[in-house]
Design a protein around this ligand. Structure first.
Ligand SMILES: [Fe+2]
Length: 230
C-alpha cells in the first residue's frame, strides 16, 4: 500500500516499508488489546499483590508502547489508519477464556500473559528488522525500549510462575479447610455420622425415602443384564 511520503528508492525498501507500516499498525492493535486484557485481569489478582503490582506497572509501560508505535507510524507517514485498529486481526491471543471467572482463572491469565509477552518479543524483533530494511533506523530506539520492557516482563513471569502457582494452591487449600470447618461446625458434635474431611460419605439407610420420583431412565442391574443378553 503506498504511503503519503516520498516512495522508497528501491523495490526492496518499498516492500519492507509496506510490511513495516502494516506491522506497526497490527502491533498497535495488539498493545491496545493487551492493555484491555490486563486491566480486566487486575480484579482477579487481589490475592496476588506482587503480580498485581507488576501487571499494573506493565499496563503503564504498554500505554507508552502504544504511543511509541503511533510515533513510529507518524514517522512512516501513516498515522491516520490507527482508527481501523479494531478491525485488524491481532493473531488470536487466545485470551477469551480468561474473561470468565473459572476456578483457575488466575493460572489461565498468567499463561495467556506469558504467551502474549513472547508474541510481543517476536513482533518487536520483526519490527526492528523491518525498520532497518525499510531505511528507517530512527525507529530503532523506541522499538528497542519496548523490546527490553517485553523481555523484562516475560522474564518476570518465568521467574515468578512457580510462586504464583504455589500461591494459587495455598489459597485453594485454605478455602478447602474453611469449607470443612464450616461443615463440622454445622453438625452436632455427638453425631457419629460426621465424616472425616475428605472421606466419602456412607449412604444413610435410616434416612427417609427421597420425595422426588425415581429417574425414569434408572434401571435395575437385572434389567441392565437382560439388555446385555439381547
Ligand atoms: Fe507486554
Amino acid at each position: 500500500m503506498p504511503t503519503a511520503q516520498m516512495p522508497p528508492s528501491t523495490a526492496f525498501e518499498a516492500a519492507a516499508h509496506e510490511a513495516l507500516v502494516s506491522n506497526l499498525r497490527n502491533t498497535h492493535a495488539l498493545e491496545k488489546q493487551a492493555i484491555a486484557v490486563m486491566e480486566s485481569q487486575l480484579k482477579l489478582l487481589t490475592d496476588y499483590p506482587e503480580l498485581h503490582a507488576r501487571m499494573t506497572e506493565h499496563i503503564v509501560e504498554t500505554r507508552e508502547q502504544a504511543r511509541r508505535l503511533e510515533a513510529g507510524l507518524e514517522a512512516c507517514g501513516d498515522s491516520a489508519s490507527l482508527a481501523r485498529d479494531t478491525l485488524l486481526s491481532v493473531m488470536g491471543l487466545g485470551q477469551s477464556s480468561i474473561q470468565g471467572f473459572s476456578d483457575d482463572a488466575v493460572l489461565k491469565a498468567v499463561a495467556a500473559d506469558m504467551m502474549t509477552e513472547h508474541l510481543e518479543i517476536a513482533t518487536y524483533r520483526t519490527l526492528l528488522a523491518l525498520a532497518d530494511m525499510a531505511g528507517k533506523p530512527e525507529l530503532r530506539p523506541r522499538l528497542e525500549d519496548t523490546l527490553r520492557e517485553e523481555e523484562a516482563m516475560a522474564t518476570w513471569f518465568e521467574q515468578n510462575l512457580d510462586a504464583i502457582t504455589r500461591r494459587f494452591v495455598e489459597i485453594k487449600a485454605a478455602e478447602l479447610q474453611a469449607h470443612a470447618a464450616r461443615r463440622n461446625d454445622s453438625v452436632p458434635p455427638d453425631d457419629d455420622s460426621v465424616a472425616e474431611p475428605g472421606a466419602t460419605p456412607e449412604p444413610d439407610d435410616s434416612a427417609p425415602a427421597p420425595q422426588t420420583p425415581r429417574h425414569p431412565e434408572t434401571k435395575t442391574p437385572a434389567a441392565g443384564a437382560a439388555r446385555r443378553d439381547e
